[in-house]
Write a protein that binds this ligand. Sequence first.
Ligand code: ADP
Ligand code: MG
Length: 417
Amino acid sequence: MNAKQKERKRPQSESFDKLDLSPVMRRALEKAGFEKPSPIQAELIPLALDGYDVIGQARTGTGKTAAFSIPILEQLDSLEDCRDPQAIIVVPTRELADQVGREIKRLAVGVPTEVVVLAGGRNIRQQLRQLENGAQIVVGTPGRLHDHLQRRSLRTKDVWCVVLDEADRMLDIGFRPQIERILRRCPRDRQTLLLSATLPDSVRRLAESYMQEPEVIDCCQNEMSVDTIEQHYFTVAQDKKLDLLLRLLEREQPEQAIVFCRTRRGTDRLWRALSKKHRACAAMHGDMAQRERDRTLSSLREGSLKILVATDVVGRGIDISTISHIVNFDVPEDSDDYVHRVGRTGRMGRDGVAFTFIVPGQGDFLTGIEQRINKLLIRDSIEGMEPEKKVEAEPESVGEKPKRNLNPMRRKVTRRR
Ligand code: ADP
Ligand code: MG
């Protein structure tokens, strides 16, 4: 593959304005509540609009569907001009096919758009009828798409874009032959977009044979690192946070820890309180002179500093592989900041653990983080530190699941209050 992994400056993803989208698309995004593009969207959309083949590496939950759907919708011919499919989106599961179909329709509001979902296990007659009535975008699973190709009900002569979503997963479950047949049946000068969480050899080979000089986007770095980190949360009353932190440090005996606070003043206050018990402790925030910040960082690097209390400003750049613990003493402003904070530990394959303090009423924030990282945080507790309400012991009824249960449904019930 002649992949051009050139030094591309990462576009700042602060707004959709920069992406040069049509007014109707802007309205659809607004209606969908999308305020700013996710990193994969900020990078993939302009390249796809320019006609490049693109390999996008990004994990689940980072907005890949809109990343490939927006450029397709922006360039679609109307049904009057073209009755046969112009774009085919291949996904590994039926559920995903439905979900992608729904998301595309949501982004297509304002322009009549025919999206047909061709998933296995569904009524094929209805699918045949829909294709016959005209389709602009087809979303399907490899087996069923292939089936329609065999029946000649799915015509590919007008296809200008093929998307392989979750390519690694599709190859994992043995869809390679069908995917290859689909790709071979589509016009050679089409555009191919491939989305994958990882780039194993199997995906590279597929890309080599079926793509033309693809651009490679890797949005996985942050997400990847937080994936290997054990992430816990505590529910705690606001006025017990300091006690909880002291008890936690005692329990964990961290090699090195960063404790994140939201404000500069809060950072100073916590640092003063902590330094009474811990000597190798420092604070760092945006009010401090650069020289002082540099000095603090280098003592963190050489290991003489054990605990750093900091704001998000400094959280971003720190790359020190010996940091074993992250404590979110205050919840971060948004879930992206969470990923950045937590990404300060568990670097280069080392183990890391992160603790987030949630005060009653911040349950939604916790849910936001979990959606962002696509993973549930583990509930943790230290005796005597739970907020009042929680102390009334839950009845240990017969057959109740063990305390550290990760069943998402159960977690949702216990958390909200
Ligand atoms: P992925 O394919 O990467 O797993 P999805 O495309 O399914 O992720 O998106 C996950 C969720 O995020 C969906 O509910 C989607 O509507 C939403 N979403 C996507 N892009 C944005 C955005 N720019 N702003 C807000 N929400 C978004
Ligand atoms: Mg997806």
